[in-house]
Design a protein around this ligand. Structure first.
Ligand SMILES: O=C1NC(=O)NC(C(=O)O)N1
Length: 313
């Protein structure tokens, strides 16, 4: 699979696995480790206009079937990640990477876009429209009007490869509405899904919420998220323009889960909770497990089965 070429438009990645923003990507050291790993590419922690401390701890907890987090966008600021990206691309011109950015208000997205547009960054930019964990702030992409405004303002000035990180949707009319909106913009990709917003889990010994922020409310990731991730990838693949690539994120713990996201239409696959739990060893394990599933089916490339989910006739 390492020779596998999966492309997002003009970009070619030597394999489809990469980290999900927020996991193993806060510091230059963690980003360097991702480059040194078998991951095909990597994405930075969402950079905000100014560095942020984020929410009070405990703000992350591993669960039996996944994770809960209410980090609150702690990050070193957009300049830190942009500086890293510019230095990285000078050293590794043939290894395109993703810069994730998040605004604290709609106007922040234009500010972030202007900064990246003015820079020499030539990778892909992921505009995070779905953080569920900043107290008082909504998951932007649940508000269609605000999303339309942000994308309209953004694409007036941004001409580099861009995508949006979406929250999970749970209603077919919302898939229709969001896809119709996204199809109006020159997006290179969408990334679906972000964590399942505002879940709650309990410490059985103390009858207390597991994490401190927001009375214990946080985004759910891991195996719990798989059915929702599959449905969102499938629904957007069925509705989006063919030239908009889809990064599938959510619920991956085995190579079969990677296979299933690709079967639903994913061009690349991001790993969150499994990378947090297992570390960079998960990339080799999952690539080998994916290879085994493909071999079992007689497939040699992802194009043999991408988007070919069958339905019961
Ligand atoms: O977009 C995000 N999704 C999450 O699940 N957590 C982080 C965060 O809280 O920073 N952001």
């Amino acid at each position: 699979l390492t020779s596998l070429a999966s492309s997002i438009q003009n970009f070619h990645f030597d394999n489809v696995l990469m980290n999900a923003s927020g996991v193993h990507c806060m510091t230059t050291q963690e980003l360097d480790e991702l480059y040194a790993s078998p991951a095909g590419s990597f994405v930075t922690k969402s950079g905000t206009p100014n560095a942020r401390v984020g929410n009070p701890e405990p703000r992350y907890h591993q669960l039996e079937l996944g994770s809960i987090n209410s980090m609150g966008l702690p990050n070193n600021g957009i300049d830190y990640y942009l500086d890293y990206a510019l230095d990285f691309q000078a050293k590794h011109p043939d290894h395109p990477i993703f810069l994730s950015v998040s605004g604290m208000s709609p106007s922040d997205y234009t500010l972030l876009a202007e900064k990246i547009q003015a820079s020499d960054f030539n990778g892909l930019t992921e505009f995070n429209l779905s953080c569920p964990n900043v107290p008082g702030k909504p998951q932007i992409a649940y508000d269609f009007d605000t999303t339309e405004q942000i994308l309209t303002d953004l694409f007036k000035i941004f001409t580099k490869p861009a995508g949006v990180k979406l929250p999970p949707f749970f209603d077919l009319a919302q898939f229709d509405q969001m896809a119709a909106l996204l199809n109006r913009f020159p997006l290179t990709f969408i990334n679906s899904i972000n964590s399942l917003g505002n879940g709650l889990m309990i410490d059985p010994a103390t009858d207390t919420a597991l994490i401190r922020p927001k009375g214990g409310f946080g985004g759910i990731g891991g195996a719990y998220a798989k059915p929702i991730a599959l449905a969102n990838v499938r629904a957007f693949r069925q509705r989006l323009r063919d030239d908009i690539a889809i990064i599938g994120t959510g619920g991956v713990t085995t190579g079969r889960d990677v296979y299933d996201l690709i079967l639903c239409g994913a061009d690349m696959v991001q790993l969150g909770t499994v990378l947090q739990v297992e570390g960079v060893a998960c990339f080799d394990r999952l690539n080998h497990e994916l290879e085994a599933v493909m071999a079992e089916k007689g497939y040699t490339t992802l194009d043999d089965f991408r988007g070919k989910l069958q339905t019961i006739q």
